[in-house]
Design a protein around this ligand. Structure first.
Ligand SMILES: NC(=O)c1ccc[n+]([C@@H]2O[C@H](COP(=O)([O-])OP(=O)(O)OC[C@H]3O[C@@H](n4cnc5c(N)ncnc54)[C@H](OP(=O)(O)O)[C@@H]3O)[C@@H](O)[C@H]2O)c1
Length: 279
């Protein structure tokens, strides 16, 4: 089986650099999708309370036949639960839905600077409790920008292990990635193929033809060579396999630079400074 590289986290733990995302997978299809991904070789699943499929992720892991300890599972605190007591209840609920006694990584899903009086600091201090009691082996954030991270660094003790943010060739998000690199925060790139949006780009298609791989494989390989953690989503088994076959070819520095140059600061998702959705 392919060996997926591990990325070292600032808390001494490691995370498989390639995983499987389950955003927008119907709960009814999730257990099967997770089983398929594990059968293909994925050992890292990225879910969230917001996705409504934590329970089915747990079922998929349990019915896959591999040990719980051999899969890295991430979930996230939903936007409605930023107040400390709500966060504690929500984290209990996440573990209960998954059917696990711990998660490998738990993230604040969005900073919501315009909600809760902008107080994501209390939320982070509550995340530190989950880390200290061992039920979250690592803790991190998602959709945080450098100024949110600077505030956590000033006002709290634990540095987030990861920051999960939108990154793909049309939105390279390099300022956030550079802050992470400088401060020991691993970058996880969400929507790594921009939900399919980058796959017809002529630069990516041309490179893919030359290296005899698909545009999705070239894009995912670009992420891996830049050092980011990725977890593409697919409910199509052939794509789940395709997205895992990234370790028998390499892109040249020129190819990496050409793909990075496609950046046009074009998000597919929300801007973390203004996003205020609370379910
Ligand atoms: N923290 C956050 O705020 C946040 C936000 C968004 C996403 N995420 C995480 O990041 C993960 C990945 O992002 P994402 O799901 O938004 O988008 P993505 O992985 O960039 O793209 C998924 C889409 O691309 C299609 N696809 C997958 N592989 C393909 C391939 N090889 N060729 C052609 N099409 C392909 C899938 O179709 P089919 O499924 O129909 O095959 C699906 O429509 C999520 O599942 C979630 O875990 C986090």
């Amino acid at each position: 089986m392919t060996d997926v590289p591990d990325v070292s986290l600032n808390d001494g733990r490691t995370i498989p650099q390639l995983g499987f995302g389950v955003f927008q997978i119907d709960p009814a299809e999730t257990a099967e999708a997770v089983r398929t991904a594990i059968e293909v070789g994925y050992r890292h699943i990225d879910t969230a309370e917001m996705y409504g499929n934590e329970k089915e992720v747990g079922e998929g892991v349990r019915s896959s036949g591999i040990d719980r300890d051999d899969v890295f599972v991430t979930s996230k605190l939903n936007n409605s639960f930023h107040r400390p007591d709500d966060a504690r209840r929500a984290f209990d609920g996440t573990l209960e839905a998954l059917g696990f006694d711990h998660v490998d990584l738990f993230l604040i899903h969005w900073p919501l600077p315009t909600r809760y009086d902008g107080d994501f600091v209390s939320t982070w201090k509550t995340m530190e409790e989950f880390y200290r009691d061992g039920r979250a082996r690592s803790i991190g954030v998602s959709n945080f920008t450098p100024h949110h991270l600077r505030r956590l660094a000033r006002e709290t003790e634990v540095i987030p292990a990861v920051n999960q943010v939108e990154v793909h060739p049309f939105f390279t998000n390099d300022e956030v990635r550079a802050y992470g690199a400088e401060h020991g925060i691993a970058t996880e790139a969400w929507s790594p193929i921009a939900q399919g949006g980058v796959l017809k780009d002529p630069t990516i298609v041309t490179i893919a033809e030359r290296v005899d791989r698909t545009p999705a494989q070239v894009t995912l390989r670009w992420h891996l060579q830049r050092g980011d953690i990725v977890f593409p989503k697919s409910v199509t088994e052939s794509r789940v396999r395709e997205n895992f076959a990234l370790f028998d070819f390499e892109l040249s520095d020129d190819d990496i630079a050409a793909i990075s140059a496609l950046n046009r600061d074009e998000r597919t998702g929300a801007d973390p400074d203004t996003f205020d959705y609370v379910p």
